[in-house]
Design a binder for this molecule. Structure first.
Ligand code: ZN
Ligand code: ZN
Length: 284
């Protein structure tokens, strides 16, 4: 039986974008862990979205800062922080990719575990328009009004007073675009990627939370610490038909961050053979 290190405890979630809606119910039902959001926390001080692609390492460092800051502020020993990034898919041209990270930091047990999700299911997009109907077409194509928009005169260098975030009403969209077009002759529209403005992103945050829960449930065989994580994967799972090695994982190295115990696990994904559709010989 896995020990539950989190039952009855309270974790601070450092967010001002209602991410608790995705994260809190999952952790509550998995570990009886209560997640609360501090009233005063300003997560925007740790940076807001740009169109740059952030590497996961940067996301991790930012999430860690948020978690530590929240614990410091509230004298807590358990915190959750979440970070997302949006950019081009590394393998598929013209497809955007949303990466989400949900980090748990437990100072009582000196434990830090991150859950990840990467999904092309995102409305991440932007468009420059010079007519109102083009703005309305773009809005419809990105899930407006259930998904919010940001409107500004230009992609770069807009006066902060002319950047309108969180637009979810068609009246407001029409008025702001018309006004921006009148002043500047063009308008730049972006999908608002803040969690509370973007139900699709909220789903990706839930996926990363589920990954975190999976990792927390896997404990080290030697010291029982949660988060016995899969590290390096070794390809070569044999094809079911011809038994040649495929690119699928044959074995993975699990390592405990706490005591350093490591273990090579064969067939970490379950099946002992690969579908011939994945085989370079059977299905070239
Ligand atoms: Zn261990
Ligand atoms: Zn084969």
């Amino acid at each position: 039986m896995t020990p539950n290190w989190f039952a009855g405890r309270t974790a601070i979630l450092a967010t001002m974008h209602r991410k608790e809606e995705a994260i809190a119910p999952l952790l509550q039902s998995a570990f009886e862990l209560e997640v609360i959001v501090p009233g005063e926390f300003n997560s925007d001080q740790f940076g807001t979205f740009t169109r740059d692609v952030k590497r996961p390492a940067d996301q991790l460092a930012t999430a860690r800062l948020k978690a530590l800051h929240a614990m410091e502020q509230l004298g807590a020993d358990l915190a959750i922080a979440s970070e997302g990034s949006f950019g081009p898919h590394p393998l598929i041209p013209y497809v955007p990719l949303n990466r989400e990270l949900v980090l748990l930091v437990d100072r009582q047990h000196d434990l830090e575990i991150a859950g990840y999700a990467a999904t092309p299911d995102t409305n991440f997009s932007h468009k420059q328009v010079d007519r109102l109907d083009a703005a309305l077409d773009f809005a419809r194509s990105v899930g407006f009004p259930s998904h919010g928009l940001v409107i500004m005169p230009a992609a770069e260098g807009s006066d902060p007073a002319e950047i309108h975030k969180g637009i979810t009403q068609e009246d407001a969209l029409r008025a702001i675009v018309a006004d921006t077009l009148q002043r500047h002759g063009r308008a730049h529209l972006e999908t608002d990627m803040r969690a509370m403005m973007n139900p699709t992103r909220m789903k990706a945050i839930a996926l990363a939370t589920q990954d975190l829960i999976r990792k927390l449930r896997k404990t080290c065989p030697q010291c029982n610490t949660p988060g016995f994580e899969m590290g390096d994967r070794q390809p070569g799972l044999p094809c079911e038909l011809c038994h040649s090695p495929t690119d699928l994982t044959l074995a993975a190295l699990y390592r405990c961050a706490k005591c350093g115990f490591s273990q090579t696990v064969r067939y970490p994904d379950g099946p002992e053979f690969a579908d011939p559709a994945q085989c370079a010989y059977c299905n070239p």
